[in-house]
Design a protein around this ligand. Structure first.
Ligand code: HEC
Ligand code: HEC
Ligand code: HEC
Ligand code: HEC
Length: 227
């Protein structure tokens, strides 16, 4: 009797374990259905930001192995004085002497627009970031070369918190759209490395144009009217 009871019980348990439970309304679907659904073609797959990126030149960001791969806009494509070797084939002493002559003649010095307003002078000079042996590259504090396209690596040495936020997407700006590929602005795309602090400014709408001043008709209104 006891053995028969046990048999009935085991059979019942076995059958109920094998039977697929009908999902009750509101309950989560069976795991096999979830798997089948996940394997169906995804109607969102294939979305791409590429058409909004307009073929923007970019480099793959290095140094964040725990992050899915992403890219940063390439800086050397937009830098005005790159390659530096256009002038820096001579030693600095020679260049400085030439520069003095040119300035005495009333010309502008080559780097008249570079004035370091960043960290205190005891902490930082040109050679904290630029490589004295190769002006076309930057260097880390431990003297490892860094390409100007990967200047974020130089910034990240001292601003590690902002750099981690940037790699995660909380600091900076994504280009194109939210669909892959992920392309972001490099630090130097927003911060001038020689004067990186952003000054406070009044809120204004991006790209706002005052069409009145672009019309072919002569202006009759005084500027600032109807604002
Ligand atoms: C048009 C020529 C020209 C180009 C291009 C140029 N430089 Fe120079 N650079 C000079 C001259 C001339 C000097 C000598 C000092 C001066 O004129 O201020 C100089 C000096 C420097 C110095 C030393 C500044 C000092 O006062 O000690 C640094 C750093 C430097 N350049 C970085 C660069 C980097 C980085 C690039 C490329 C991204 C570059 N330069 C491209 C002409 C040039
Ligand atoms: C905090 C790091 C840092 C320091 C310090 C620094 N630079 Fe630079 N510099 C950069 C980076 C990064 C770039 C590339 C900027 C970009 O991507 O547009 C650059 C670009 C330049 C350029 C090329 C600008 C252009 O638009 O083509 C010149 C010239 C230059 N630096 C000169 C100097 C001189 C001279 C000094 C010292 C007075 C100096 N830098 C100090 C990081 C630095
Ligand atoms: C060797 C260390 C060092 C490097 C490399 C460096 N910075 Fe800085 N940065 C500093 C220090 C120090 C200050 C000044 C902080 C202060 O005055 O409170 C500063 C200030 C700043 C500020 C202003 C912060 C504020 O309070 O508004 C910005 C933005 C900035 N750096 C961005 C950059 C960027 C972008 C780069 C790379 C091109 C860079 N830094 C590279 C050390 C560094
Ligand atoms: C899309 C533009 C953009 C990019 C890219 C960007 N920043 Fe900033 N950054 C800002 C703005 C805007 C602020 C806020 C300025 C303020 O509040 O006064 C800021 C603030 C900072 C500050 C001041 C302290 C703070 O957190 O407010 C530092 C330091 C800094 N950024 C470093 C970096 C570094 C390093 C990178 C690259 C790894 C970077 N930024 C990339 C726009 C940018």
């Amino acid at each position: 009797m006891r053995r028969a009871c046990l048999l009935v019980l085991t059979t019942a348990v076995t059958f109920s374990a094998c039977r697929r439970a009908d999902p009750k309304p509101g309950s989560s679907p069976h795991v096999l259905e979830t798997i089948a659904h996940a394997q169906e073609p995804n109607s969102n797959a294939g979305l791409s930001s590429e058409k909004h990126l307009d073929g923007a030149p970019r480099v793959t960001v290095a140094g964040y192995p725990d992050r899915p791969a992403f890219s940063a806009l390439q800086r050397t494509k937009v830098m005005q004085q790159y390659p530096c070797q256009k002038c820096h084939t001579k030693t600095l002493d020679v260049l400085r002497a030439q520069s003095q002559v040119a300035v005495a003649q009333g010309k502008k010095a080559s780097h008249w627009n570079v004035k370091l307003v960043h960290a205190p002078a005891v902490t930082m000079d040109c050679w904290t970031c630029h490589d004295q042996k190769n002006l076309d590259a930057l260097r880390t504090l431990r003297d490892a070369p860094v390409s100007l396209d990967h200047s974020y690596q130089v910034c990240a040495q001292c601003h590690s918190r902002q750099a981690a936020d940037w790699a995660g997407g909380a600091h900076g700006k994504r280009q194109g759209g939210w669909a892959p590929p992920r392309v972001v602005a490099s630090c130097a795309g927003c911060h001038n490395p020689h004067k990186p602090k952003l000054e406070p400014r009044w809120p204004a709408m991006a790209g706002r144009r005052d069409l009145r001043f672009e019309s072919a008709e002569p202006q009759t209104e005084s500027p600032g009217a109807n604002r």
